[in-house]
Design a protein. Structure first.
Length: 211
């Protein structure tokens, strides 16, 4: 029971962490150009998944919660790709009004996930690709298994979820939240503001996966 109580505490702390990030970001004005619009949309999508992960964990719908972590990761990767590597043409395809034709153009014309990662590696500041790659190396297959009802999903559903695994999922989600918030802050091209967003992690070591 103590472990479960601690998990609920970490979830509550995670909400404080997210709220402080949001207050900082909402105090700034972002452009209405296509790039800013796309990145802001992807940030909000990522945070919807993060919120879903926490709420599903809170009510112990744990298999679904684990699936949210992979969805959040993909949205964060796309936000960072949009920031550093996406062409204007690719952004236009993503923002086009939704029709059967625009859906087909986006499906055929946008890079796949692995290509996005390669482009990020070539163009991002040092460290971003490394963090994204470490997440993929350690978490991608298990999370795919949860999304596709594979062996991880079946065994955890049958045998239960170790509290340590749930801690890790919440903290990894918060790491992704922090990465996407920094990407959003970079749009403002203010080093001081970006550093203020980046340094929030120092106040919340208990709810982040820190080395």
């Amino acid at each position: 029971m103590a472990g479960i109580d601690e998990l609920d505490r970490v979830i509550a702390l995670s909400e404080e962490f997210e709220e402080e990030l949001f207050q900082l970001l909402q105090s700034s004005s972002f452009g209405n150009d296509n790039k800013s619009t796309a990145i802001l949309a992807m940030f909000n999508i990522a945070q919807e998944h993060a919120l879903a992960l926490r709420e599903l964990t809170r009510i112990r719908l744990l298999t679904s919660a684990m699936g949210m972590l992979r969805l959040q990761y993909e949205a964060v990767v796309k936000a960072i790709w949009l920031l550093y590597a996406a062409s204007d043409n690719a952004i236009e395809k993503l923002l086009a009004p939704l029709t059967l034709e625009s859906e087909q153009i986006a499906n055929n014309g946008l890079p796949c996930f692995s290509d996005m990662m390669k482009k990020i590696e070539k163009r991002e500041p040092p460290g971003v690709h490394r963090h994204l790659s470490e997440f993929r190396d350690y978490s991608w297959r298990p999370l795919n298994s949860f999304v596709h009802s594979g062996i991880h999903a079946v065994n955890r559903h049958k045998d239960g979820y170790p509290v340590a695994l749930l801690y890790s999922a919440i903290r990894q989600s918060n790491n992704l939240t922090h990465m996407s918030a920094i990407a959003l802050a970079c749009l403002l091209e203010s080093g001081d503001f970006t550093m203020s967003v980046a340094n929030i992690y120092k106040k919340y070591p208990d709810c982040l996966q820190l080395k």
